[in-house]
Ligand binder design. Structure first.
Ligand SMILES: [Fe+2]
Length: 180
């Protein structure tokens, strides 16, 4: 049954990737921006393997981006990659009160403490990382869910493996309140 859910998620993901509001195929894609991206499927588990394989297969069509160095704490953003599937920058614009996408962080990276108005969630798909939210640290791996309340200070640290997750923001999804 879980495998069926995973395959259904993978099919839904392809729909998000391939479709814009008016039904056109995305044409602004660029290659995954990191040189040494590992085999993420090998870092998934039984519950996330189908969706990670689908992400790998469709990665050339995904408009991966990196955060602007002026906007985020220094030292990590060139070792990350993100995309927004639903939201103001996504293929489906939505209401503006939600952002939903993918986030990748290389191994041995410290994404330092930061905070923002939006509530945030991560569903880890492959690899693992340590989340510290308002001083409480928890290691999350494939299938684990992490939620950060509005304005809570949070940090993500990866170890020997990178981490791929679904991420989402809700509420005030403007980047204006992002601070560190
Ligand atoms: Fe955040």
């Amino acid at each position: 049954m879980l495998a069926g859910v995973d395959e259904a998620m993978a099919q839904a993901f392809v729909t998000l990737i391939d479709t814009t509001m008016n039904g056109d195929i995305i044409t602004s894609s660029q290659p995954f921006p990191l040189d040494d991206k590992p085999d993420l499927v090998a870092l998934a588990n039984d519950h996330t393997r189908s969706i990670v394989q689908t992400i790998e297969d469709t990665s050339p069509e995904i408009n991966w981006w990196q955060s602007s160095a002026e906007r985020v704490p220094p030292g990590w953003q060139h070792r990350s990659a993100a995309t927004e599937l639903i939201g103001p920058e996504g293929s489906i614009v939505g209401s503006g009160t939600e952002r939903f996408g993918l986030f990748y962080l290389s191994a041995n990276i410290d994404y330092p403490n930061h905070w923002h108005n939006a509530e945030e969630f991560y569903l880890i798909l492959a690899g693992s990382g340590e989340w510290t939210i308002d001083g409480v640290t928890k290691r999350n791996g494939p299938g684990d869910y992490s939620r950060t309340p509005s304005l809570a200070h949070h940090r993500i640290v990866t170890g020997d493996t990178p981490m791929l997750a679904m991420w989402g923001w809700s509420g005030d999804t403007s980047f204006d309140s992002y601070a560190y």
